[in-house]
Ligand binder design. Structure first.
Ligand SMILES: [Zn+2]
Length: 692
């Protein structure tokens, strides 16, 4: 008895110690295994191809958190990395919150022109816990603190993929705060033999990792930086869209870093992601961080037992190599580009390239149809008439020349006159029109050189022109930027109630890292318009200026998958494009989540379903995705209220395809639609199915 007492005590101390440190109450068997040893926590999870990943975390302060990261077949694990610490740098600035600029929905804010702080998020490892959410295993460790923010570190491992997410989940109680963050993995030891990344032309750069070398910001493609050693490679990258707060320019602002002494705040050698605080030097709104919201400052890691090029190829699959993949029965369409090729190149006297760079870039992205928004700044929409007609003529000639059987480049403008706020005008063929009319000139006339010419003087004539020429209008950046207050302010106007007014356009403005979706602004408007009793639709818009190979285009792009079997021939006009938009026969996506099939009891997007007496209906949805999915949300309305039903999809794994079927009660509802979001906040949403 006397002999066994110390052993008993040791066991007791071990368990007291272990249980005080790691709470495993919410851990459930899901294929991942978790074990606690002294101050260590070991998680292993299936990563696909019969391989496993193993993460050993050291919970003792002063020791690197990631004691080791391993991957391989059971019994033959390779050490990919060891002795790494996650680091986060938080920039805290002030949001103006002026009602004229849309409050929290603001875009016109210049946060870095006002005082802001840049500080390291301090991590004093506290209590840890492990949760199981479907096929995800979440390790949470308390103890993050920076400025007036505090919170926990969260590591999420995804069964089926050597992927994990590292997040500083922090909140503040302070109002009117805007934030930015940089992050990465650092080590005091020499753990990488080389650091690698893709340049903007797609060439892999591999450089020796020299611990004494100061940090350097890297201009990369695919937003990824890779540490490589003999055991394998580890890629660090952000959420492909969410990390890129809205800007007018998709400039490549060197979104990754490597080296020691980053920002003079992190002495150790690291690799990571970063944001440029001054952005494109135009409007620089950063991210919203409203009081008490859980802001997820996060990055992804992907493990590989291969070299840097192998892990980069795996990362690229999550964004289909930064393209919009073809889908049978659909053509891809993007809208709202202020590229100004006509004013800045064609009419400026510069040589006109046979194949301009912007066309090349858009084609490579997998876009079939691109609607421009020319003459936004340059150009003479209101005349002089001869100048305006010459500009339109150049626009029509060039868009025709640059279109081909699989790529339709379409003329279009952000018209911004007569209706209020900013809006897009879109005609199904080249139309000569001037956004002004002298009292002695007719609405419609014949020009000897250009043929039919319209002159528009007010909203009634604008509506008349759209009706006569089967054009469409929609609100650009609704409820923010120069459309703050719109379309709400003109919702009773004839032009808005007209079928020529398609609805509004969606872009992820503002950014808010606490949301599981890319914003709410336009999705809420979509529901409001339906509850107003109007059959409107929401297309996506890029709303950016320069389009180059160097730019980080994919992060700022989004796409409409239009139900079209073929790309119309420019010379025949493109009425079919406007028809599917007007009828709501499309879905919107960031590219990673796709909705090849969707109907409610057999009725597709834009169609009307007679709901049976019981109100019961079945939503059928075919989805395919890259990142594991997070959830679907069925949104419906009865003309007054909006109803949301969230369906958990956290049992999905990366790179899946599945038909889903959900029962829903639609009694008394007038419309229904569905959104789907993944764990990296990429998503897709349908248009409305109208209910009777
Ligand atoms: Zn605009």
């Amino acid at each position: 008895m006397k002999k066994s007492l110390p052993i008993f005590m040791i066991i007791c101390i071990f368990f007291i110690n272990a249980s005080a440190q790691v709470n495993l109450k919410a851990y459930k068997a899901n294929g991942a295994t978790v074990s606690v040893r002294q101050k260590g926590l070991m998680v292993s999870w299936p990563v696909g191809n019969k391989a496993i990943g193993k993460m050993i975390l050291d919970l003792e302060n002063g020791k690197p958190l990631f004691n080791s990261l391993q991957m391989g077949k059971k019994g033959a694990l390779k050490l990919v990395a060891a002795n790494l610490d996650p680091v986060f740098i938080l920039r805290v600035g002030k949001r103006t919150l002026s009602p004229e600029s849309g409050g929290w929905d603001v875009f016109f804010d210049r946060v870095p022109t006002r005082p802001y702080t840049t500080s390291l998020v301090k991590f004093e490892k506290g209590n840890a816990s492990v949760f199981t959410h479907g096929t995800q295993t979440v390790v949470k460790i308390a103890g993050l603190q920076s400025e007036n923010f505090s919170g926990s570190l969260e590591i999420i491992l995804y069964n089926g993929s050597p992927l994990f997410n590292v997040a500083a989940v922090v909140s503040t109680q302070k109002d009117s705060t805007a934030i930015l963050y940089d992050a990465g993995l650092v080590s005091k030891k020499e753990i990488w033999s080389t650091v690698a990344w893709s340049d903007v032309k797609g060439n892999l750069h591999v450089e020796k990792a020299v611990k004494t070398e100061g940090s350097e910001n890297l201009e990369v493609k695919y937003r990824t930086v890779i540490g490589e050693n003999t055991g394998g490679s580890l890629a660090v990258f952000p959420a492909p869209h969410q990390y890129f707060y809205p800007l007018d320019e998709a400039f490549n602002l060197k979104f990754t870093w490597k080296g020691s002494d980053y920002l003079n705040l992190i002495p150790d050698f690291g690799i990571g992601i970063r944001q440029d605080p001054i952005g494109d030097k135009r409007y620089v709104p950063w991210f919203n961080a409203p009081p008490n919201t859980q802001q997820r400052l996060n990055f992804f890691c992907l493990l590989s037992t291969g070299k840097a090029d192998a892990v980069l190829n795996e990362v690229k699959k999550f964004t289909h190599n930064d393209t919009y993949v073809p889908l049978a029965g659909y053509k891809t369409m993007a809208s709202h580009f202020h590229n100004e090729f006509i004013s800045d190149v064609v009419l400026s006297g510069k040589p006109v390239p046979e194949q301009p760079e912007f066309v090349d870039v858009l084609k490579k992205t997998g876009l079939n149809i691109v609607k421009l928004a020319e003459f936004h700044g340059p150009g003479h929409p209101k005349g002089p008439d001869s100048t305006r007609l010459k500009e339109l003529n150049a626009l029509f000639k060039q868009t025709k020349r640059l279109s081909d059987p699989n790529f339709l480049l379409l003329p279009g403008e952000e018209a911004n006159n007569f209706y209020g706020g900013h809006w897009l005008a879109f005609f199904p063929k080249p139309i000569y029109w001037i956004m002004s009319r002298k009292s002695d000139m007719p609405f419609e006339s014949k020009d000897p050189k250009y043929g039919k010419v319209y002159r528009v003087s007010d909203k009634a004539e604008m509506l008349k022109l759209l009706e006569q020429e089967h054009g469409l209008a929609w609100t650009a950046h609704a409820r923010t930027k120069a459309s703050t207050g719109y379309p709400d302010k003109y919702k009773e106007e004839d032009f808005f109630k007209s079928e020529t007014f398609m609805g509004a356009a969606w872009k992820a403005i503002p950014g808010d890292l606490s949301l599981p979706t890319l914003g709410k602004r336009v999705l809420n408007l979509m529901d409001d318009m339906a509850n107003w009793g109007l059959k409107k639709h929401i297309i996506s818009e890029a709303d950016i200026f320069t389009i180059t190979e160097q730019n980080e285009m994919y992060a700022h792009l989004n796409v409409n998958y239009l139900q079209l079997d073929q790309v119309p021939n420019y010379a025949d006009g493109w009425q079919p494009v406007l028809d599917v938009m007007q009828k709501g026969k499309f879905f919107v996506s960031t590219g990673e989540v796709l909705i090849p099939g969707f109907n409610v009891d057999g009725k597709g997007a834009g169609e009307t379903l007679q709901v049976n007496h019981s109100g019961k209906a079945k939503i059928n949805m075919q989805l395919n995705w890259t990142f594991p999915l997070s959830f679907a949300e069925i949104v419906s309305g009865d003309g007054k209220k909006v109803y949301r039903k969230q369906l958990n999809l956290n049992t999905t794994q990366a790179f899946g395809k599945k038909d889903f079927s959900w029962q829903i009660d639609l009694k008394g509802r007038k419309w229904v639609r569905v959104e789907v979001w993944d764990i990296a906040t990429n998503g897709a949403f349908t248009q409305m199915v109208w209910l009777e």
